[in-house]
Design a protein around this ligand. Sequence first.
Ligand code: ADP
Ligand code: MG
Ligand code: MG
Length: 256
Amino acid sequence: MSTLAIRDLHVSVNTGDDGEKEILKGVDLTIESGQTHAIMGPNGSGKSTLAYSIAGHPKYTITSGTVTLDGEDVLEMSVDERARAGLFLAMQYPVEVPGVSVSNFLRTAKTALDGEAPKLRTWMKDLKSAMDDLQMDAAFAQRNVNEGFSGGEKKRHEIMQLELLKPKFAILDETDSGLDIDALRVVSEGVNRSKERTNAGFLLITHYTRILRYIKPDFVHVFVGGRIVEEGGPELSERLETEGYERFIAAASQGA
Ligand code: ADP
Ligand code: MG
Ligand code: MG
């Protein structure tokens, strides 16, 4: 049983020319193993900033607050240490890795996490089983990471990482955007499998209620203006779909 705790997190971004702009304005969130939390909010509200800050992206400056994993200070860890501690971030815009195959990329990541290379026989078996789970052709493992991947293939590659790297906590930033209904189901099933097998905790950042019909969240958080402004259960996402964010945006700007 593990706990990822975010306390009163304030984060600024370096805007280049003349300084810093505060994006996160006091985020509080606690995720336990086996729980699924959904964060929903309008564009520009700071959802990706939250994900990148937890992952340790250098562009973001933590001005106050804490992030801990079982009491350990995550913010003091390097990006590698965060991964080894069990944090996983699937990017909203995954990068291409020219000349590196999916197979090598995943094996290198696994080696970095475990501190030793997995046995080749076991690894090939695990890789094949992850690809079978995702109904992917074996040839996919030999392609270069994200090079010419369709939206669906990028997401499947993310889910393969989940299955093979087995993080304690996974943050999926809009992993559902641009997916057709079949790919959405594959991704959702991948997340659900990983939940069952490893009891990982999930933070799903999304615009849409759609994915939450396949991956039942335990908690839904509405994110507006750099903070969580409302919390509820799965019914909250359905309400957002019909009512939109306007009510929350208006309330947030009144409070500001
Ligand atoms: P979301 O994921 O909810 O759409 P983001 O976290 O991507 O929101 O962005 C939150 C806010 O931070 C936006 O107003 C965005 O323009 C701003 N922002 C993010 N990165 C930068 C940057 N490098 N320079 C300036 N503003 C940024
Ligand atoms: Mg505060
Ligand atoms: Mg975003």
